[in-house]
Design a protein around this ligand. Structure first.
Ligand SMILES: [Fe+2]
Ligand SMILES: [Fe+2]
Length: 310
């Protein structure tokens, strides 16, 4: 019996087909998938905060409507992904508790502050842009519910990226003060965006197994390079400088060379010492506590309905 289900798992991967919730999976695969989807879900939810910070101060009705729609999309992504983790037996309440107790991580990018409205544009352009690079290959991830969630999420991420770029284009055509604001935001977000792809391949112990299980399709460094190659021409069109003196086209490689990411800073932020870590988690904890009455009411309603059916 065990041999048969193991064979089914291996064959499914070999044929590049999807693993579904009904299928047997090795315990390591289940754990890795849950950890990956939970971290992704947490990132979507925590990621609402830096931009949510600007909704009440958006400069026009149009910008406010766009930003609201984007932040709501992120909430949807989070909920979608929590549901996907439940197909592997994870419990959503438990995942939320792990997030607010600091036992599970979210993308370190969201621990940086949003200082001006230009940050909204730069997050859309760079952060959602990096998320797209990461997530497009995940549409072919071996776990069916995750891969299918990614298809829809990527469509919405591409709207997020465009609204950011369009906002920056508008600001760059404005006053000198607006252009300075955009450049300042780019200077602050460029390096953290490169960190979004995770540690270098030489320091990424889980990558090989994740690739063998076809959970991941490319290494961190491959995706980082892809992002840099895609973004440099966009920065030129925009008229901003990327804050890296080592950034230049390498005709031999057919890629842009770029400088060394400050991995010490990355480690500091991941381990909880970034500028906004405490604030982000505290805000999430408060929101969770404030929502207790909704969960209680929903449970009472469900119990009542069950009573009336029985
Ligand atoms: Fe998202
Ligand atoms: Fe997004």
């Amino acid at each position: 019996m065990t041999a048969m289900v193991e064979e089914h798992f291996e064959h499914t991967l070999e044929k590049d087909q999807r693993i579904e919730p009904r299928d047997w999976v090795p315990e390591g695969y289940r754990k890795t998938m849950i950890r990956m989807m939970a971290q992704h879900a947490h990132s979507e939810i925590i990621g609402m905060q830096p931009e949510g910070n600007w909704i009440t101060r958006a400069p026009s009705l149009r910008r406010k409507a766009i930003l609201l729609a984007k932040v709501q999309d992120e909430a949807g992504h989070g909920l979608y992904l929590y549901s996907a983790t439940e197909t592997l037996g994870a419990d959503r309440t438990d995942l939320t508790e792990r997030l607010i107790d600091g036992k599970q991580k979210y993308s370190s990018i969201f621990n940086y502050p949003t200082l001006t409205f230009a940050d909204v544009g730069v997050i859309g352009w760079l952060v959602d842009g990096a998320a797209i690079c990461n997530q497009v290959p995940l549409c072919r991830s071996s776990y069916g519910p995750y891969a299918r969630a990614m298809i829809r999420i990527c469509k919405e991420e591409s709207f997020h990226q465009r609204q950011g770029y369009e906002l920056l284009m508008t600001m760059m055509k404005g006053t000198q003060a607006q252009r300075d604001m955009v450049q300042d935001a780019v200077n602050r977000w460029w390096w953290p965006s490169l960190m979004m792809f995770g540690p270098p391949d030489t320091d990424s112990p889980n990558t090989a197994q994740s690739m063998a299980w076809r959970i991941k399709r490319h290494t961190n460094d491959e995706l980082r390079q892809r992002f840099v190659d895609m973004t440099v021409p966009q920065a030129d069109i925009l008229g901003v400088t990327l804050p890296d003196p080592d950034l230049r086209w390498n005709a031999e490689r057919g890629h842009y060379d770029f400088g060394e990411v400050d991995w010490a800073e990355f480690k500091q932020v991941v381990s909880g010492n970034g500028p906004c870590n405490a604030q982000r988690v505290e805000h999430r904890r408060r929101a969770h506590e404030d929502g207790a009455w909704v969960r209680e009411a929903a449970a009472a309603h469900a119990a009542k309905r069950q009573g009336s059916i029985a």
